[in-house]
Design a protein around this ligand. Structure first.
Ligand code: C2E
Ligand code: CA
Ligand code: CA
Ligand code: CA
Length: 278
């Protein structure tokens, strides 16, 4: 499992990399990429610790550039945000995740929960709920099995408008997850006021959970708090069995990480079998 370490993420961007491309070229390449359908989604299983089953997947966008190859989201999401291209890209991601959910259902895999990441610009756009409702209607996806992952810092920006948007999303039947939890600053009172369903403990806390008592204490407190608020608590970035055993003792609901599987294409996901023990 050594080669599955953290550094192999780098392999995504080959030597010549995107550094060679100027910002302007990168912007037009992104635009062209959207027109030419160069984006795709990979899916990483979310595993329920009690039931020992795959409950769904997080959709993670990749850019298959004709010359450069697979480009990792950290390389293009920031520019997409800056230029506003994140809006059409984000709509494509959501629509594709919805279509995939329907395909899995048609393949006999049942309703799998699919989680989609939202950028802050996307979250703040006009009539977000209306746009999402339209995508759900066109694709025939099941909103009860769609989760939107929002970061903690994103929802804390303008809490009044956040609350309005969250309520309209909940009316559609969607689930809301607070991603990267613990890295930002959330007032606990908002955590209670926001209609959210899930907390995702950031992988920076999960990383050393088995070696660093401070991180273990934080994870344990976050899990206990999330559970007491009736939320689903997910730990991301689990790479070792020791981490999972600890998280299970802390009563964490679900885990996601390289220990079980890396993000993979939709077909591989459909064939994925949970072999590793938890
Ligand atoms: P994120 O939402 O926190 O997603 C988790 C990231 O951790 C993913 O990286 C995933 O591949 C990686 N990961 C999963 N398991 C492990 C593990 O065990 N160890 C380690 N070290 N990493 C693990 P990825 O796919 O490169 O995505 C990076 C970030 O890009 C995401 O962080 C998310 O913020 C953003 N992103 C990805 N797809 C989208 C998208 O469709 N829209 C938007 N707005 N942002 C996206
Ligand atoms: Ca996420
Ligand atoms: Ca995260
Ligand atoms: Ca420490």
């Amino acid at each position: 499992v050594k080669e599955h370490g953290r550094n192999s993420m780098r392999q995504f961007v080959p030597e010549m990399g995107l550094n060679a491309i100027s910002r302007l070229n990168m912007e037009s390449a992104l635009r062209r990429g959207l027109e030419r359908s160069e984006f795709l989604l990979h899916y990483q299983p979310k595993i329920d610790l009690d039931q020992h089953t795959v409950v769904g997947a997080e959709a993670l966008v990749r850019w298959n550039h004709p010359q450069i190859g697979m480009v990792h989201p950290v390389e293009f999401i920031p520019l997409a945000e800056e230029t506003g291209l994140i809006l059409p890209l984000g709509e494509w991601v959501l629509a594709e995740a919805c279509r995939q959910q329907v395909r899995w259902r048609e393949q006999g895999l049942g309703d799998l929960k699919v989680a989609v990441n939202m950028s802050s610009r996307q979250f703040r756009q006009d009539d977000l709920a209306g746009r999402i409702a339209a995508i759900i209607a066109v694709t025939g996806a099941n909103p009860a099995y769609i989760t939107l992952e929002l970061t903690e810092s994103m929802v804390m920006q303008d809490v009044d408008s956040t609350l309005t948007t969250l309520r309209s999303l909940k009316k559609l039947g969607l689930s809301i997850s607070l991603d990267d939890f613990g890295t930002g600053y959330s007032s606990l009172s908002y955590l209670r006021r926001f209609p959210i369903d899930e907390l995702k403990i950031d992988k920076s806390f999960v990383n050393d959970i088995h070696t660093d008592p401070d991180d273990a204490a934080i994870a344990s407190a976050v899990i206990a708090m999330g559970l007491s608020l009736g939320l689903n608590v997910v730990a991301e970035g689990v790479e070792r069995l020791e981490q999972i055993q600890l998280l299970r003792e802390m009563r964490c609901s679900q885990v996601q990480g390289y220990y079980f599987a890396r993000p993979m294409d939709a077909q591989s996901f459909a064939q994925f079998q949970l072999k590793k023990k938890v």
